[in-house]
Design a protein around this ligand. Structure first.
Ligand SMILES: Nc1nc2c(ncn2[C@@H]2O[C@H](COP(=O)(O)OP(=O)(O)O)[C@@H](O)[C@H]2O)c(=O)[nH]1
Ligand SMILES: *[C@@H]1O[C@H](CO)[C@@H](O)[C@H](O)[C@H]1NC(C)=O
Ligand SMILES: *[C@@H]1O[C@H](CO)[C@@H](O)[C@H](O)[C@H]1NC(C)=O
Ligand SMILES: *[C@@H]1O[C@H](CO)[C@@H](O)[C@H](O)[C@H]1NC(C)=O
Ligand SMILES: *[C@@H]1O[C@H](CO)[C@@H](O)[C@H](O)[C@H]1NC(C)=O
Ligand SMILES: [Mg+2]
Length: 198
């Protein structure tokens, strides 16, 4: 009975998404060191008329809603300063995806960045649940910024096989690269949700 109901509901929800009537609701958590561009990224993803002109440092967390073709996102924009970082992990288990924003021009904090990113990728609520991590190599417009392959090498990311991750260059000021990254996130989240249903 429960199985039949679940199948019927799954059919209805795919039918309605086919006709664009409803989008699946997903939570994502947006993390990264302070000043990497998390709030600016989320501001770019909002409809133009709702964007803020002034970005102020985030304290605690701020929820931002936006939609892509098939998904309705509730994004938790986490503060990146040291004293707030331990609060990130309490959001992982209720999220269907993680966006990790980094500043590609910040070579000084690369070791710290590595520790924080690996902490996320190795967190049980991320890798044991198989949720995707989309890494935004932001501030690609800054002269001398590291490329995705520089960052992948410097952070030893190719060694990391436990979590599903991908890295994309972005400029949050102009929005360059964000569509492609969000498309990749949507595809991964949809794939993950479907694999759990079957
Ligand atoms: N050059 C450049 N600056 C950026 C970019 N993204 C964000 N910034 C700037 O970086 C600073 C920190 O951004 P913010 O979104 O507050 O970072 P957060 O602490 O991660 O939320 C702000 O001055 C932004 O204007 C980018 O892609 N390129
Ligand atoms: C959105 O859903 C439609 C219908 O279910 C599907 O054909 C399309 O590939 C989906 N797009 C994305 C980006 O997942
Ligand atoms: C985001 O969406 C949720 C659920 O629909 C709603 O409760 C919340 O008020 C929205 N937040 C903003 C900032 O629009
Ligand atoms: C990357 O991994 C290799 C092999 O495990 C190790 O020798 C090297 O120190 C690591 N580099 C960094 C930056 O962690
Ligand atoms: C993968 O996860 C296991 C624990 O589940 C951990 O012991 C191991 O170090 C991780 N390896 C890599 C390469 O992430
Ligand atoms: Mg912020």
């Amino acid at each position: 009975m429960i199985t039949v109901l679940a199948v019927v509901m799954g059919f209805l929800s795919s039918l309605s998404s086919l006709f664009g009537m409803s989008r699946k609701d997903v939570n994502i958590v947006v993390v990264g060191l302070d000043n990497s561009g998390k709030t600016t990224v989320l501001n770019q993803l909002k409809p133009p008329e709702t964007r803020s002109q002034q970005i102020v440092p985030t304290v605690g967390h701020v929820v931002t809603n936006f939609t892509t073709q098939n998904l309705s996102f509730h994004a938790f924009d986490m503060a990146g300063q040291m004293k707030y970082r331990s609060t990130w992990e309490s959001y992982f288990h209720t999220s269907q995806g993680v966006i990790f924003v980094l500043d590609s021009s910040d070579r000084v904090r690369i070791e710290l960045l590595k520790d924080e990113l690996w902490m996320v990728l190795d967190h049980k609520d991320v890798h044991a649940r198989g949720i995707p991590v989309i890494i935004l190599a932001n501030k690609m417009d800054v002269p001398g910024a590291m490329t995705c392959s520089d960052i992948t090498a410097a952070l030893n990311l190719t060694l990391h096989r436990n979590s599903s991750w991908s890295i994309h260059s972005t400029c949050a000021l102009t929005g360059a690269g964000l569509d492609a990254a969000m498309q990749a996130l949507s595809v991964e989240i949809t794939r993950h949700l479907e694999s759990r249903r079957s």
